[in-house]
Design a protein around this ligand. Structure first.
Ligand SMILES: NC(=O)c1ccc[n+]([C@@H]2O[C@H](COP(=O)([O-])OP(=O)(O)OC[C@H]3O[C@@H](n4cnc5c(N)ncnc54)[C@H](OP(=O)(O)O)[C@@H]3O)[C@@H](O)[C@H]2O)c1
Length: 267
């Protein structure tokens, strides 16, 4: 498959590396674009067999599927400038807060879809949503198959993408704060930092997998750890004193509302 990534920054390159690791694309038929000379040069050095250019039109022309991965502010200019080159092609926007209605207006002759990825796509452990409307829905299977190389890919109505963005795309940042804080506590109690970080990461991964594989309610799994008058209950009470549930729930509420507000501004 010939893939073009327009705006190969942090997330574009994350997707690229994930797809290369999964053998879903080959360097010879992959094109990348960027805006500035220094970044173009870096990408050329890292990916010598790929077309790396600042010319979005050239990259789009030689691609079957185009991923729009620029910052949201650049999306309109980039899409409208290569309207001819993307005619009839699948265009996947990963830009947060830019709704399909807008994207379709900028590329009316393309099949435009939205995909919301996250940074664990780098290691094939991503959480990804794909949305489309109208005729572009016919491209969902191809796009879902492509992104399934990077993790769990769910087809969602666009009305859920703001909350999905908050939970899954911003989510790794929230998860790392939680991970770091738990590890800090262990360091404070004397555990070497490296062991604390690795132990916390494995504990969180194991807990998440346990839930996914057993399908049990999180409260039931929590109760399995707590014995009357025990160590875990003592810790849980401190969490509740700190209002951790409402803090985390409101984190998602605030991030969702912010995604929605940015999207409405772009409308
Ligand atoms: N980061 C995440 O976790 C995440 C998650 C989900 C969705 N997203 C979405 O992914 C998109 C990119 O985010 P990011 O974090 O990867 O930002 P980023 O690192 O700033 O990447 C944006 C890239 O777009 C390039 N660019 C800007 N204008 C361009 C133009 N006219 N032509 C070609 N390339 C152009 C920039 O090139 P230069 O480097 O040369 O300036 C940069 O490499 C955003 O729309 C964001 O909403 C990000």
């Amino acid at each position: 498959m010939k893939l073009g990534i327009l705006g190969c920054g942090q997330m574009g390159e994350t997707i690229l590396k994930g797809l290369l690791a999964a053998d879903a694309v080959v360097p010879e038929t992959t094109a990348l674009t960027t805006k500035y000379d220094a970044h173009e040069q870096e990408l050329k050095e890292r990916y010598p067999k790929m077309l790396v250019t600042q010319d979005n039109n050239q990259a789009a022309s030689q691609s079957d599927i185009v991923i729009l991965a620029t910052n949201p502010q650049a999306a309109k200019d980039v899409l409208t400038s290569c309207r001819e080159a993307i005619k009839g092609k699948i265009v996947v926007s990963i830009c947060a807060g830019i709704y399909l209605e807008k994207l379709v207006g900028w590329a009316p002759e393309s099949k435009v879809l939205r995909v919301m990825p996250n940074t664990p796509c780098l290691i094939g452990e991503g959480t990804i949503a794909v949305s489309a409307q109208g005729e572009a829905k016919s491209a969902i299977p191809v796009v879902r198959d492509l992104f399934s190389n990077l993790g769990l890919c769910t087809v969602l109505d666009e009305k859920y993408l703001d909350v999905f963005t908050a939970l899954a795309s911003s989510g790794p940042a929230f998860a790392f704060v939680i991970l770091e804080a738990l590890a800090d506590g262990a360091v404070m109690m004397g555990l070497p930092r490296e062991i604390a970080a690795r132990t916390t990461a494995q504990m969180l991964q194991g807990s998440a997998r346990l839930l996914l594989e057993t399908g049990e309610h999180p409260a039931a799994l929590k109760d399995q750890v707590t014995t009357p008058g025990g160590i875990t209950t003592a810790g849980l009470l401190v969490m509740e004193d700190g209002g951790i549930r409402s803090t985390l729930a409101r984190t998602i509420q605030k991030a969702t509302n912010t995604s929605n507000m940015l999207g409405e501004k772009e409308r």
